[in-house]
Design a binder for this molecule. Sequence first.
Ligand code: APR
Ligand code: PHB
Length: 384
Amino acid sequence: MRTQVGIIGAGPAGLLLSHLLHLRGISSVVLEKRSRDYVERRVRAGVLEQGTVDTLVEAGVGERMKREGLPHHGIELRYGGAGHRIAFERLVPGRSITVYGQQEVVKDLIAARLAAGGDVRFEVEDVAVHAPESQPYLTFGGERLDCEIIAGCDGFHGVSRPSIPEGVLSVFERDYPFAWLGILARVAPSSQELIYTRTERGFALHSMRSPTVSRFYLQVPADAREEEWPDERIWAELKARLETVPGFTLTTGEIMEKGVTPMRAFVVEPMQYGRLYLAGDAAHIVPPTGAKGLNLAVADVRVMTEALAAYFERGSAELLDGYSAACLKRVWRAQHFSWWMTTLLHTFEDDDPYARRLQLSYLDYVTSSEAAATTLAENYVGMP
Ligand code: APR
Ligand code: PHB
């Protein structure tokens, strides 16, 4: 079997790449180890930057997102007994975000790929990368797929990054001393906008998916286990962290999904080796506080599509050679922003009273200075 681009992973990165390549007349095969049902149900973040929305719409996969996605023109920072709105419409006019679950994006992309006759294979076993430096091919479940290019879109735990010989990649990483417990609940949002709240008990986030489904996160210890968090404890803790301003009541409901996500930052440089190119979580992870993960994956794929189009249409390898450098600029901006949002809003066990006062003073600055609020807003809605 032969294809132009062999894609490992049917997350947002792999699926979108396959679809964008198809629109440019470039063939690909997507190999995914999980089932279709599994990837469509996997609950992840849900904040889409304008650039991500535009990419999906231009690619013809934005119909349902335009109907069901929730446009947001601001977020609230809540701390010290008060809420402070970061007003995108005033600080970054014309730019906003859309709340639409990542698994909905994945469903839309799978539907589009299959409708166009795309070759997306689920439950594929033992994918392995061979000869990435010269004549690459993939093997899986006893088959062989010869490729001109391999795209490693297989997430943080995939096989593509580890197939690069030792010593080639520089690794930059940081593990945070806490995790996020995320839940999806069948209950109307208690607020129209997302609330990022900092309390002495830790951080919490009130997000949403639809008028009847809400999404919440709690900062928990790094070694927290789901079993330690029965539903009543989750609601009590969310109330303790969110019901901190006069007149705000959190409405509770049935918890449909629960999961603990470690907080980690990770980047490899370069994001390429020979004819193997990494995109999305395979190359970089951000802590979720700035909601950048999915948006970075989409940005990588946009860059890779242009580079592959230049290569297959005109035989020019220039953009491919510059792929990593082009992506890493945005990746590092997002790394800094995510680290900044994380340190601004979480409690760190070894913080002394001085550090805590400093954090509150910085929050006061961000919510009262036009310049600081604009920095937050500009990064939150994303680079064009
Ligand atoms: N063989 C085939 N598929 C694999 C393998 C493997 N060995 N290892 C992992 N995969 C698949 C995973 O099952 C998953 O479906 O690769 C896919 C990677 O998808 P994601 O983890 O969603 O990563 P990506 O597409 O880069 O999207 C980035 O996902 O983790 C979030 O916050 C992140 O929102 C961001 C987005
Ligand atoms: C989400 O809705 O899942 C979400 C929102 C904002 C974040 C992270 C996750 O910063």
